[in-house]
Structures are given as C-alpha cells and as structure tokens.
Design a protein around this ligand. Structure first.
Ligand code: GZL
Length: 310
C-alpha cells in the first residue's frame, strides 16, 4: 500500500501513517527484549506501523528481512546489525529503492556512510572504559587477574567494549585480563564459558569478571556460585546494560557494578525518519544515547524503576 501511495507521507507530516520495518537481532538478552518493547510502545505513541522481524541472531535472516521490507515499500527501515560487516549490498538495494535506513544500538563498518541515514547508539568504547576505570579504582594496587566475557564475535559492541576496557587497564600494571572468550551476549553460553574459565585459571585466582552485558554476568554468577565462589565478594563483577536482574544480584550482594544502556533506541530513530520524510534534510550521522555507572547503593530503587519495562 505504501508503495502504491508513493510513501510520501500520505497522512501529512510527523510520524503519523509511516510504515517502518525493524530488522531486529533476536531476543538473546533481557536488554534486547526491552529494546523491542520500547520500540513497540514508541511506534504506538507516534502512530507508526512498525513491523518487527526476529533474526534469531543470524545476519542472513536480517538481510532477508530488509529485502522483504523493501519489497513491501516501507517508508523507512531500522536495523540493529548483529555483526559489523557484510551490509553494503543490501543497504545499496534499500538506497536504490529510496528507503532510508537508521542503525540502532550497533554500528556497521562500511566504505560508504551514505548507505545509512543515521545511527542511534551509545558510545560503546566509553562503556568499556567506564567499566575498566571502576575496576582499576576499586582494586587499587593488588594483583587482579580478570576474566572477560565478550559479546557476539564481530559485533560493534564487543569490539568497542573490549577496546575501552583494555584502554583503562593499560594504565595499570596489576589489573590484567588472563582469559577472554565470547559468551555471545547470552546467559547460557556465558555460564559454560565461565565454568571452563574457573577450571582453567582456578577459581581462587580470579579477582574479577568483566562481561560485555549483564545477561552474560548473570550466567557467570551462576557458574561461580556452583563452583563455591562468592561473586560480588571474593570476585568483583562489572558488566553493561543495567537490566533489572543485575540490580537484583547487587541487592543479593552478588554483583558490584553495571554501566547502563538505555533501551529506547527506536524512538529517536523514528523521529529522524519522520523529519527526513517531511523535509528531506539529513540528520546528524550519530545520535548518542547516555552512559551511566550504577553501584549497589542505588540497586533497590533502580530495580523498581526498571522491572516493568523489561
Ligand atoms: C549494545 C547491544 C547489546 C546489549 C546486549 O548496544 O547491541 O546487544 O548490550 C545485546 O544485551 O545483546
């Protein structure tokens, strides 16, 4: 229908009447589910027909979804790219169909930045640096072997969060990553990876765990407890997202720090698409979302604030 009507803001300006396709990654973490929920709420409030596809964390499914959205003649596309490379071809097809694409929560590596209208993401290097700086400050001068649980291999958050964390640790001689492996942003994979790390390194040698998202930390906490370790006490924990369950773990004395990633990425993206449809003016290439460190002292209040959104 949108194609037939030329998709030129049939019902006048604003978001009203837009049809937008959202090539979502999947439901690998609590944060991802919250992002999807926030996107649905935002689309409803803005009168946007939002069509969400779940790629089960597979790039080929996201590419198929984008092609379907192009065939449907949507007014715009949101893409949360599961990995950073391999998008140029399908984005060229969207460009040829004059359908603007806004990236949400992850970035892509591309030779041509004109292939996407804008990106709504946090500063993921800052997230990693914030986590690393909290850890080095908390540890002080004692030797601190660290286990790192990386996000999805080749994803922009995994690359950036490692970069930022490494930068912070490089300023010390005593806080060192002794084992780093991908837990693919999921609780189950991270639990397995943590179990093997405990066996390989020796549980009593591990000073801290850094996970690129809270869900992997939840999995790691289960593995540590099953191995008789005391996460949050003998083993310091720092992770990223700010999901309710990490605040619950803090209240139980089993987690120490999280760096918040706000789940509302689609709202700003839909506003950009509407404005662009209306006046054709390209928005800034990056809309940065906030980054904030949270500690156990505010965990109870933060849990209450978030539990209904997730
Ligand atoms: C980061 C986002 C990450 C979250 C994870 O912007 O892409 O993906 O930190 C999610 O929880 O899996």
């Amino acid at each position: 229908a949108a194609l037939a009507l030329g998709g030129c803001g049939k019902q006048g300006g604003g978001n009203g009447g837009m049809t937008v396709g959202f090539a979502q990654i999947g439901s690998e973490s609590g944060w991802r589910t919250a992002e999807t929920n926030a996107a649905k709420a935002s689309a409803k409030e803005k009168g946007v027909d939002l069509r969400i596809s779940d790629a089960q964390q597979r790039q080929e499914n996201q590419i198929k979804a984008i092609r379907a959205f192009i065939a449907q003649g949507v007014d715009g596309i949101l893409l949360a790219p599961v990995v950073a490379t391999g998008w140029d071809q399908v984005l060229k097809e969207a460009q040829a169909a004059k359908i603007p694409v806004v990236l949400v929560d992850r970035l892509i590596e591309t030779s041509d930045k004109n292939l996407y209208l804008s990106a709504v993401t946090s500063d993921q290097v800052l997230e990693g640096r914030t986590a690393g700086e909290w850890l080095t400050k908390t540890v002080g001068s004692r030797d601190c072997p660290v286990i790192e649980l990386q996000g999805t291999v080749g994803s922009s958050p995994a690359i950036a969060r490692k970069k930022g964390f490494d930068e912070a640790l490089a300023k010390t001689a005593n806080v060192k990553i002794v084992r780093s492996q991908s837990g693919d942003f999921t609780r189950s994979k991270a639990k397995e990876v943590m179990e093997s790390a405990i066996k390989a390194v020796g549980g009593n040698k591990i000073c801290a765990v850094y996970a690129h998202n809270d869900d992997m930390m939840i999995g790691a906490i289960q593995a540590m407890k099953e191995a008789g370790l005391r996460p949050g006490k003998d083993v310091l924990t720092v992770s990223i997202d700010g999901v309710p369950d990490i605040f619950k773990a803090m209240q139980d004395g089993e987690a120490n720090a999280t760096v918040e990633l706000t789940p509302d990425m689609a709202g700003p993206a839909l506003d950009m698409l509407a404005a662009y449809k209306k006046d054709g003016k390209a928005p800034p290439k990056w809309h940065q979302t906030p980054t904030k460190l949270y500690l156990p002292d505010t965990a109870a209040a933060e849990y209450q604030r978030r539990k209904d959104l997730y």
